[in-house]
Ligand binder design. Structure first.
Ligand SMILES: *[C@@H]1O[C@H](CO)[C@@H](O)[C@H](O)[C@H]1NC(C)=O
Ligand SMILES: [Cu+2]
Length: 644
């Protein structure tokens, strides 16, 4: 009974509890946050001298040789130098810049000519963000991080130099790491953390095409700036949608994230589009606003690639005023094109769409609106679709309201009761109803796992821990892949093992390294279900899965999903299910995933809402046996550190 009550209160209390978590201990004593501690030890986190512009000097004005036409079939080795460091938004260089001649007044308001600023912004080392000063973590001084643009089959070599006072790692979201499971970037699972002052060389073959991204997989670091695009273009013969567009340009890669200031990760304060946006804090309206601009020429058909680095519980909608979005891919996988007017993104999802610039020459708003926790503060953000020759100053900001909803059809609507009705007039296309471009018959699974996602209140008023399989994941101390031959398996746990030990994890809080054993080279099915009234975006490393089913059962029935499904199976696609690596599990609902487990290894399986996964909503899927897993290179196989 109490458990149901917990469920219904999750949404209300989550916000509070996440704030409490990390600030107070169990006895209500204030805990000094990690960053307060770091700043006590190192009062000056950044030099403020624009040193990062020097790291970037090498790349400046120089096209990376790997950013090329992908029809030549010749794979390349692509090198990236990535210094991870603390930095500031709106530093001195920014302020000088923003007072420059590009500022002008119009109709009593101050504007910035964003288009002219665009080229100069890099040179001045200005990270604008939302116009407020904040400490951030970035790679090579850039926000968002450098865009890696390669072709399928290339090899990426990335030297990550950790210049911070804490550990880090980089995950290459969308890569399968089939040959190199030890390059997946999950600390204590596929590698040891990169310590402060250390370097780590990632080297992997780009084995999955499309719009992907990279981000820190350590704590909440991607919230503070450690993320960037990883765009993998395809040779024409593997690009069935090439005829639908004329341009596939770097300037149409859009990275969106919810934003916090000064490493306080609990509640999003803003949303940024390519590191820019209007600030929303009250009382600081005099700051200039810099919107991201996306230039088009009238008549052109453009492929846009949108990546959502969603950190908190803040799914977003995306639309472009007076333009249709012809969606052609998600998470780097082609789908049969669908025309919609609005796309919902859950954390970590990517959608590619074709925009036909067929309207009058003008500026049009690109609108992003936050839901769930972001609805509380009515967070929304905009960018500009700029037709060449349109007057960049003629931006009507009066029509920007939180209440606005794009009319028309929505793709991937938020799976909760509140928002199903939010866009009440429009039609809605479920993600599970999309068709994969390559229609394939679904193989029957050899095994089916039922995995729950939920929130657990340890003791009333002490906030929530998050769980998968009724277990809050705790990071092992050793790294699983590196120490796999040392008999570390005895330290794993899972739901059945906990039950055999006599623990009822629905009553008592279970916390351990949850490892789900999956046989290699089988068709595997996961029925993932949410026991809370919020959707959770689930991400599986190492694979692309098919979404063969999605639905809601409601609060009463969701707990019995396994019995229900075994008695009379839930509906599943038989053919053409869309391919994804990140997908929502609706509130009190389920999502059914299938993949062929042909890549042995330890693969993280987790909610992509950072406060959830960092507080336990995660598990490791162990595919195959240790001897089946690829050997790691000697330099990567240290037993207790990232250096051998
Ligand atoms: C759970 O753990 C037990 C004991 O370690 C193991 O035999 C079993 O295969 C595990 N089950 C899953 C689904 O991982
Ligand atoms: Cu979650």
């Amino acid at each position: 009974m109490k458990f149901n009550l917990v469920q219904t209160l999750v949404f209300v209390f989550c916000l509070i509890s996440v704030q409490i978590y990390g600030i107070q201990d169990a006895n209500g004593k204030r805990i000094v946050s990690k960053y307060e501690r770091i700043m006590q030890m190192y009062p000056q986190l950044t030099t403020g001298g624009g040193e990062s512009s020097q790291w970037r000097a090498a790349e400046k004005d120089m096209r990376h040789p790997c950013k090329r036409d992908c029809s030549d079939q010749q794979p390349m080795t692509c090198y990236y130098y990535m210094v991870v460091h603390y930095d500031d938004t709106m530093a001195e260089t920014c302020k000088r810049y923003l007072q420059s001649k590009f500022r002008f007044k119009l109709g009593g308001k101050e504007y910035l000519d964003g288009i002219m600023l665009e080229e100069n912004l890099g040179a001045t080392d200005c990270k604008y963000a939302d116009g407020l000063e904040s400490q951030v973590m970035v790679v090579n001084g850039q926000l968002p991080g450098l865009a890696i643009e390669v072709c399928l089959g290339d090899t990426v070599v990335a030297d990550v130099i950790n210049s911070m006072h804490e550990t880090t790692t980089v995950h290459w979201h969308g890569m399968h790491q089939r040959m190199t499971p030890f390059m997946d970037g999950v600390p204590h699972v596929t590698q040891y953390p990169i310590e402060a002052g250390q370097a780590f060389r990632y080297r992997f073959e780009v084995d999955h095409g499309g719009t992907n991204w990279w981000h820190s997989h350590t704590e909440h670091q991607r919230a503070f700036g450690l993320a960037g695009p990883l765009v993998v273009r395809m040779p024409p013969r593997l690009n069935p949608h090439a005829h639908l567009y004329d341009f596939d340009l770097s300037e149409h890669v859009i990275m969106i994230q919810d934003w916090v200031h000064n490493f306080v990760e609990s509640v999003a304060e803003n949303i940024l589009i390519n590191g820019r946006g209007r600030n929303l804090k009250k009382g600081v309206t005099s700051k200039p606003t810099l919107y991201a601009h996306f230039p088009v020429v009238r008549g052109g058909r453009y492929r846009f690639r949108v990546i959502f680095n969603g950190v908190s519980n803040c799914p977003i909608s995306f639309s472009v005023d007076q333009h249709d979005l012809v969606v052609i891919a998600s998470d780097g996988n082609d789908i049969e094109p669908v025309e919609v007017q609005r796309i919902m993104f859950h954390g970590a999802e990517r959608f590619d769409f074709v925009l036909h610039a067929n309207q009058e020459v003008a500026n049009y708003w690109i609108r992003v609106k936050g839901y769930s926790f972001c609805a509380k503060n009515q967070l929304h953000q905009e960018a500009v679709l700029h037709y060449r020759d349109a007057d960049p100053r003629s931006l009507d900001t009066h029509i920007l309201t939180y209440a606005y909803d794009a009319p028309g059809t929505t793709l991937n609507e938020l799976g909760d009761d509140n928002s199903m009705t939010a866009n009440g007039n429009g039609r809605s296309i479920s993600l599970a109803d999309l068709n994969a471009q390559r229609q394939e018959l679904e193989l029957q699974p050899a095994v089916t796992y039922y995995t729950s996602m939920n929130a657990f209140e340890v003791r009333q008023g002490e906030g929530f821990r998050f769980q998968m399989d009724d277990i809050s994941f705790s990071m092992p101390k050793m790294s699983l892949l590196q120490t796999r031959n040392l008999g570390v398996g005895q330290f794993f746990c899972n739901r059945t093992q906990q039950a055999e030990l006599g623990f009822n994890c629905r009553q008592r809080h279970c916390r351990c390294s949850n490892v789900i054993q999956v046989p290699a080279n089988q068709q595997v099915e996961f029925v993932v279900y949410s026991l809370s009234n919020t959707p959770h975006p689930v991400h599986l490393h190492g694979y692309t899965f098919r979404v063969v089913g999605m639905g809601t059962l409601g609060e009463e029935k969701i707990g019995q999903i396994e019995q229900i499904d075994r008695r009379s199976p839930l509906p599943r696609r038989r053919r053409g299910a869309p391919l994804k690596d990140s997908v929502q599990v609706p509130a009190f609902g389920y999502t059914i995933l299938r993949f062929f487990s042909n890549s042995p290894g330890y693969w993280m399986f987790h909610c992509h809402i950072s406060p959830h996964s960092e507080n336990g909503m995660a598990a490791v899927v162990r595919v195959g046996e240790d001897v089946e897993m690829k050997m790691c290179p000697v330099s990567n196989c240290g037993l207790c550190s990232s250096v051998a």
